[in-house]
Design a protein around this ligand. Sequence first.
Ligand code: WT7
Length: 644
Amino acid sequence: MANGSRKETTHGRDWETPPSSFVSGANVTAGDRDALRETGWPSCWKTAAELLDWHRSFDAVLDDDGSTRWFPGGRLNASHNCIDRYVANGRGDETALIWEGKLGETRTYTYHQLRDEVNAFAAALRNLGVGEDDVVTLYMPMVPELPIAMLACARIGAPHSVVFAGFSANALATRLAGADSEYLVTCDGYYRRGTALHLKSMADNACLSVEQDVEQIVVNRLGDDGEIGDARSYADLVADHDGVEIDPVERDSDDSLFLIYTSGTTGEPTLVEHTTGGYLSHVAWTSHAVFDLKPEDTHWCSADVGWITGHSYAVYGPLALGATTILYEGTPDHPEKNRLWEVIERNEVDVFYTAPTSIRAFMKWGSEYPEQHDLSSLRLLGTVGEPIDETAWRWYREHVGGGECPIVDTWWQTETGGVVLSTLPGADRMRPGAVGRELPGIGATVVNEVGEEVPPRESGRLVLTRPWPGMARSLCEDAGWGVRRTSRADGQWQYDTGDNAVRDEDGYLHLLGRADDVLNVSGRRLSTAEIESAIVGVDGVAEAAVVGGTDTMKGSKVHAFVSPESNVAGDEVLRTRVQSAVESAIGSIAAPDSVTFTPSLPKTRSGKVVRRYLKAIANGEDLGDTSALRNPEVVGELESLLNE
Ligand code: WT7
């Protein structure tokens, strides 16, 4: 390999090293990493907080009363940190945001322009009555008004709750109701693969089904003069408040910056709440250390802002560092399969961050697409969302990274706020297929069922053993949403991630996928319980169980086993009703890839559905002994059904 990349092997596994040109310019060197590890937890996180501008500096890194508040006493505003401070220090004419629209349009905002529009919209929100701590729901596709609305909310201390535009009206209603949100910013619609989808009617349906009155603000994306009824027009509001300045509200470090819903192990979406000081420090520092972002860089995180990845690494992280971020509307293969590479070439992107599911699709389409473009601006590549296999890793490095770019495989979750496991690209060697170690300041270990650490090469549950700044607030509390702890006799703090992992002899962690009832379909989180509850709501369905089937492209696929009521046929009509029930409860992303009808589900003698068997059946695996079942015959019937 060119430019100083060396290949080494230990314990029969290869290492890859970054080129020396990367190492010499890296934000975080091996020396910095060692110094951070030396400083120890929690003090080393002070470095992260120092990347921000604080109105009042914090009294401590972590409170000492055991309640897990990060940077207590500190006061700050996220919108000031992501915008104003760069205008104030003379960088106002530099580009903050580049929007690449679906129809080939582009829009660019300098830090100055971003400040003006965020100010105007913040003023409009305040005029509509939005006060500090009022939750504003944003149900929007990838348009510039989405990050603008997020930052406007942050400016006035109103937590935003972004709902992915692919979710259904019912899913939006649950999230509006759950957050008791009285304000909704949405779009008339958006384009997907060249067709216009209407979002406003979904928003209207959601608003009709919640108890509170919801004030709607509508961005005109489709360009037609669609009726917006009682709703306000975003463009009119911004024009009316043009030139108004709103002082960024000083927030306590522990005050909420935003809410986001994710799929948990129950039938209901899980509400996750992120704080201002801890979260912003975490995403700023990981953007600096893991993505090696410099203020002059153009960063492209291809994830939708509707998910946490987009919040942290398309909006807050890159803007907190004063870099340029790309917001891409649309799909990677439309209008052509070279679209992403064309965007990278034209914008001279430095850092590109995407999901293995996309990389597998790029591989399938062929290397001729990236080869048509000059991708030499790229310095670093990243991946997130699911394990990346060695073949995809090498393809990504070779065909996108020119054989040289280091790759960071970043493991994290909605609950962690930002990256917690990864290599530091200027300091650590890479091992294709492994994420690397826990970052400095993160405690991670792999444990067995009783919470004891397992030796290297043995798999177990990945747990985080110490609090970290980006942790969701709910994880700090003793009770409430999202708290999961493994049983440990000594009662030490642990956060159970729900993932299985194994550590190799060199200390690198290899992720093995979810161990709980959460599915990872194309890097998106779905709950089997949520899908099941939509299916059993269908007339004629007696019972349903949803499991993950392995899928080489999507990671997992959604496999539904459905048992109709005794007088109902498991036919195409019922199948269609099952599919549309899931689409209307959650959205088409959760629609089952396959529906298998069965007279009954395999159950224990006490009547519990044994998903383990269903999963094995869906994946054509060996079932082992099924004699403990109440109805072992059903397993054989299902196997023969699926083998037909
Ligand atoms: C789950 C979290 C915030 C990241 C995007 C998804 C899986 C995430 C990796 C990785 C293997 C990964 C885990 C995790 N995951 N990154 N690099 N390697 N698995 O956030 O929707 O909250 O999902 O995504 O299973 O638990 P999320």
